[in-house]
Design a protein around this ligand. Sequence first.
Ligand code: 6GU
Length: 255
Amino acid sequence: MRVDVVSLFPEFVAQCAAFGVVGRAQERGLLSLHGWNPRDYAPGNYRRVDDRPFGGGPGMVMLIDPLHDAIEAARAADPREAKVVYLTPQGARLTQAKVRELAAHPRLILLCGRYEGVDERLIEAEVDEELSIGDYVLSGGELAAAVVVDAVARLQEGALNDAESAAQDSFEHGLLDCPHYTRPVEHPLGHVPEVLLSGNHAEIARWRRMESLGRTWLRRPDLLDEQALGKADRALLDAFRARYLQGLDEPDGDA
Ligand code: 6GU
């Protein structure tokens, strides 16, 4: 997949994508990232990219033309049709379902705003979708663009090894992940839940599912659609709740 980033700081997004799974996806040719700086399309010695808002008020608004020309240059760099996404706190919230949808597009153009925002006419003319990564304010869309790049890159076929794919599954299925442990078994900070040492794969799977359900119930009840749970999951969640309400749910306590 190809992703073009239109930003006053395109190197910022490139740096975020240079490491780990995403860096490896680029090395494997699964993702190609390209940066376009609207300043390069701004005329004059000052290369101005923003101006004061009509109607007054604080802050600056990004000019139409440098952004328009940068987006058109990005479009022209590849014949495939691009979906243009503007990263803004005014956008719809990014979810894993949306990430899956974006990851299936062969081409994305990610538009990053700075200052108070972008002239609305540019958004109306060029942008297909506006996305936010959460209810807090960032200084620009670059970190959000890096989040999108990371999330879509790891979904490209061949980006993850088997272990990474398996780990991905938990959130894909709408539940939080279970806790994980590694050596040593005994440590001053606590011991490993006995069931994980049992070698009983059915019991281990049952415990992990129960922990996933229980954590989701405790931490992200908004994610848990209890009506949609199967009978087995409801029984596991009931067992978790019973244990939790008895105060036996210490981090080291599967006693
Ligand atoms: Cl996409 N941009 C900015 N500036 N702030 C944000 C955001 C995006 N998502 C959450 N906060």
